[in-house]
Design a protein around this ligand. Structure first.
Ligand SMILES: CC(=O)Nc1ccn([C@@H]2O[C@H](CO)[C@@H](O)[C@H]2O)c(=O)n1
Length: 110
């Protein structure tokens, strides 16, 4: 089971603003469950920047990605396909993790 998750720094603002509400991962990073709260760090510097709550985890094939998936990534479909192809070359079986940001402060006040 995953207890934290990392994102490339370039997606930080889209996550914090709510523009990006899903991530597509391989099987190894799919072991999360609805309701789970995960600390989120940048991949590059391992810098924490928020916590997310997992809403659902759904298998999706690379070949079945749609504009709707892309919209939830704040990308066009060609952009999304290119990004995934760079991260997971040749991988067909992906897992869509839908999430919302629940905390952006290390020590929340109220
Ligand atoms: C840093 C790391 O360990 N792994 C990943 C894997 C994926 N992603 C993003 O999820 C979406 C679909 O793959 C796209 O927006 C990706 O860029 C990410 O940010 N970081």
């Amino acid at each position: 089971m995953l207890t934290k998750i990392t994102f490339f720094e370039r997606f930080e603002q889209d996550i914090l603003s709510g523009a990006k509400t899903i991530t597509l991962r391989d099987e190894a990073e799919s072991h999360v469950f609805a309701g789970q709260i995960l600390p989120v760090s940048t991949f590059e510097a391992d810098r924490w920047f928020c916590d997310i709550k997992v809403i659902e985890v759904v298998p999706v094939l690379f070949s079945a990605l749609t504009e709707q998936h892309a919209a939830q990534e704040n990308m066009t479909l060609p952009e999304l396909r290119r990004v995934i192809h760079e991260i997971y070359p040749g991988l067909e079986q992906l897992f869509q993790i839908r999430f919302c940001v629940v905390n952006t402060r290390a020590h929340p006040v109220d």
